[in-house]
Design a protein around this ligand. Structure first.
Ligand code: GCV
Length: 838
């Protein structure tokens, strides 16, 4: 049996390469690692980290004794010599133009019979990246005798953490903050070091450690000297530099000034002094990230100044230290009026920023979310990325799956990012792929451009709350380095490193995870309607109604006859016209808009016929059923890997996938019911509203008897059968008795119930007095997403009891014991013949 693992090592486990997979080339007989250069012995240099990492990694992967040699040791075929280019006297075999000519680049030359292996870096960080690249190939059994090299396409390869100083993380699903607790930086930063190591191993080089909804007290001298400095010192040896998110209003709230007006001389002086202070403790600080005039945050517009004046306020003092301002383009009015058909939140980024292209200082970089709204399951690429020319920009992705299952659902996002990066913006009618725009060699020639992503790892040993979610962090890092990479190739690398080099594991898990984004899109929101989650509450479960009727502007404009946002120039909000003409003309017309973005750009009747030949409404029904059906397969596919990976991680994932299967059905039913009731149009396949195997407990039926249970309205009607659940009285248990009307056979029994955050109710299920199983409503302890207090699509969940022999007249009894305000709420029971999912 394989030893249990907890996930902390992630893809840097350095598991022993199985004997059966070893060859002379993929398992070189290295016994000494020699690090060249004076910095080799300086523990804070990436060079010395590279040496230690190689010794540790090679010994573990190949199970041999490896030691660090001194630079004067003999170079033989069993030595691995590493160092920066200038430290090598002989660069034989290195092409004259190579990745070594670029910052962070490396060249790797595996050993031949007469010469040592070499890892050569353009600079110390390049050596470290080369060391990790070498170890990655070695651990995957993929080291060959070919030399190879690589350098990153973009200089900015960052992470944003949304950590609060009280230790919580906004939209974080992997436990409490690695960085903060109780209003200060934590004493124990061991995991921060491990985080820096993981980052370096995939080429990430910067991190903003605090929430963009920033707490100004991070900038107190005490906090800088005793906290922020320690974080920077710990991450620096891994080539990771830190940045800080600032609160625009800090001069007032922290500094006691009367204003935070960016043109006020006291405000300028305050930020200048603060910047000096920060650099005193962190001399290589990357810069500041600013969220201003966004979602209630103050900003320059609050003082009648432009966004550029706001950004330049920080740029000036930073410039003398080589620091950057990352000014977020996520500026929009969240009190927008839906009754004006011209209003559109998607227009905001271009409206606010495009005309300021000449107005930003050189060291300002505009940080643009990949889509115009907010990390939805499907969005077109933000047009702002093609509208700034002089002003540099970075793209912002989200590894934390705020709108995509919050790391409770497995959703592999790299295929989505790959599509975004390969999108051609047709700037000036010329090929302009997003990934080229985000490179210094791209059409705008921005020297400082690249990537950032909201990651939100926490103290959970899984980092992100779900072992499978780490595929996203891995792929994100690798894409920032090589954005033309293929999502599947990256996934297979990750699987080999994280789980096993067994080809069956790689194939099974690869196929499974590649199905997750399409499945999630299928059951959550398709045709470009966005993720139909509850945007007024936790952003987790379904609530199609929540998109409209409020100022947030994530509208679908759904009514009884039609839905979708008309974003055309001709009749709509004009958003399509924010793209360069060739792209704009594709989106302007229904005929040329791809089906998967139809409702993003056009308002059409439910009966509109898609290119596929289906109507919009039938597509909705089918896609939701197909997406949810796909999710049901994940558990079985995962089950086939039992024994091929350790039990601890296997069980963690199995539990989450089983939960995901149940919640996918909640999604499917909620969304289908909502549009069925709104449009009044039936499902051709007669599935929506017809649940042949279910006993809905709140519906009057001669088969169902409630004792101590009474019907209650669900907060979101579509999230429960007929809009109602049943629950007990407070502090009193209740009983539901169902007389079954089934043929004699073996069935799976599914119980749909609601597991809220306000208690941990207990349940038991019996058939004819014989207990089938018991369970507790304690998912708030076992999952990690934003929980709900209510009976709704967030709390709705399902438990299965499989393979139960039943016959007509059998009596099924569920007893519920409330806990606190959670009154053991139940929705329905499904008696499912073998192979049926409903
Ligand atoms: C940090 C979304 C999230 C907010 C987040 C915001 C942002 O609206 O729901 O939690 O705030 O994006 O990106 O600033």
């Amino acid at each position: 049996m394989l030893p249990d693992e907890d996930g902390v090592a992630a893809w840097l486990r350095y598991a022993a390469l199985p004997e059966s997979q070893r060859t002379a080339t993929n398992s070189p007989a290295i016994d000494t690692v020699i690090v060249l250069g004076d910095e080799a012995s300086d523990a804070s240099s990436p060079l010395s980290v590279a040496g230690r990492e190689l010794v540790d990694g090679i010994s573990k992967i190949l199970g041999r004794s490896v030691s660090l040699g001194s630079s004067s040791s003999q170079h033989t075929s069993s030595t691995l010599v590493v160092g920066v280019r200038d430290a090598f006297t002989l660069l034989e075999g290195v092409p004259s133009s190579s990745p070594l000519d670029h910052t962070d680049g490396y060249w790797i030359d595996p050993a031949s019979s007469s010469s040592p292996s070499r890892i050569i870096g353009h600079d110390a960080r390049g050596v470290l990246y080369g060391a990790f690249a070498y170890l990655s190939k070695l651990a995957q059994g993929r080291l060959s005798s070919e030399a190879w090299g690589s350098s990153p396409r973009a200089p900015i390869r960052w992470i944003n953490q949304w950590d609060n100083m009280d230790g919580t993380i906004e939209r974080g699903y992997g436990g409490r903050s690695l960085f903060f607790e109780g209003g200060a930086i934590r004493e124990d930063l061991a995991r921060v070091k491990e985080y820096a190591r993981l980052m370096a191993s995939v080429g990430l080089n910067g991190i903003v450690i605090n929430n963009v909804n920033a707490n100004a007290s991070l900038l107190s001298e005490e906090s800088l000297a005793n906290g922020v400095k320690r974080v920077a010192d710990i991450m620096r040896p891994y080539g990771v530099r830190i940045g800080l998110a600032l609160n625009f209003d800090a001069p007032r709230t922290l500094g006691g000034l009367e204003t935070s007006d960016p043109l006020d001389e006291n405000v300028v002086a305050w930020w200048t002094e603060k910047t000096h202070l920060i650099y005193k403790y962190v001399p290589d600080m990357l810069g500041y990230t600013i969220k201003a005039n966004s979602e209630g945050q103050p900003g320059p517009l609050s003082y009648g100044r432009t966004l550029a004046e706001g950004a330049n306020l920080f740029a000036k003092p930073l410039s003398q230290y080589g620091g950057f301002v990352f000014y977020r383009a996520f500026v929009y009015d969240h009190h927008l009026r839906e009754d004006n058909p011209k209003n559109d939140r998607a227009n905001a980024a271009v409206d606010f920023f495009a005309h300021l292209d000449d107005a930003f200082d050189d060291n300002v970089v505009v940080q643009v979310k990949f889509g115009p709204i907010d990390f939805q399951v499907r969005e077109p690429v933000s047009p702002l990325l093609a509208r700034l020319r002089k002003t540099k920009a970075v793209i912002e992705f989200m590894v934390a799956q705020e709108y995509m299952g919050q790391q409770t659902h497995a959703v592999y996002l790299a295929p989505q990012w790959q599509e975004v990066l390969a999108f051609d913006m047709r700037v000036d009618g010329k090929p302009s792929l997003v990934r080229d725009i985000l490179s210094p060699s791209g059409p705008f020639g921005w020297p400082t451009t690249g990537y950032t992503a909201v990651v939100n790892v926490g103290r959970d040993t899984t980092w992100l709350g779900h072992h499978l979610a780490m595929a996203n962090l891995y792929a994100y890092g690798r894409l920032t380095w090589a954005p033309e990479s293929d999502a599947r190739v990256l996934l297979d690398e990750w699987t080999r490193l994280t789980w096993s080099t067994d080809p069956e594991v790689v194939e099974t898990l690869g196929n499974l995870l590649m199905d997750t984004w399409p499945a999630y899109e299928g059951h959550s929101g398709n045709l470009g309607i966005q993720t139909l989650c509850d945007i007024l509450y936790t952003h987790y479960g379904p609530s199609p109604a929540s998109q409209d009727g409020n100022g947030w502007g994530q509208w679908t404009r759904a009514n009884a006859k039609s839905l979708g946002m008309d974003r055309t120039v001709a009749t709509g909000t004009g958003f399509a016209g924010q793209y360069h003409p060739e792209v704009a003309s594709v989106y302007e017309k229904i005929e040329t808009t791809p089906d998967n973005l139809l409702l993003w750009f056009h308002h059409v009747p439910y009966t509109h016929v898609l290119k596929s030949g289906k109507t919009v409404i039938q597509h909705f029904y089918d896609a939701h059923y197909e997406g949810a059906a796909m999710v049901q397969t994940f558990s079985q596919r995962w089950a086939s890997l039992r024994g091929k990976i350790d039990d601890a991680r296997w069980e963690h994932v199995a539990f989450k996938l089983a939960y995901q299967a149940g919640h996918a059905l909640v999604w499917r039913d909620s969304v289908c019911r909502f549009y069925h009731s709104l449009s009044g149009i039936d499902d051709d396949k007669k599935r929506v509203g017809h649940y042949a195997h279910r006993y809905a407990l709140a519906a009057p039926s001669p088969n169902v008897v409630l004792d101590g249970y009474t019907p209650v309205d669900a907060r979101l009607p579509e999230s429960a059968s007929n809009g109602k659940a049943v629950q007990t009285e407070e502090e009193k248990s209740g009983k539901v008795t169902i007389t079954l009307d089934v043929d004699s056979a073996v069935y799976d029994i599914a119980v749909n119930y609601f597991d809220t955050s306000v208690g941990r109710a207990s349940y038991s299920l019996a058939v004819n007095d014989s207990t089938v199983g018991t369970w507790q409503g304690n998912l708030q302890d076992r999952l990690g997403h934003d929980f709900s207090e209510y009976i709704d699509g967030h709390s709705a969940t399902r438990i299965y009891f499989r393979g139960v022999a039943l016959k007509g007249g059998d009596v099924l009894i569920i007893e519920g014991q409330p806990d606190g305000k959670e009154r053991a709420p139940l929705d329905y029971v499904s008696i499912l013949p073998e192979g049926v999912v409903d």
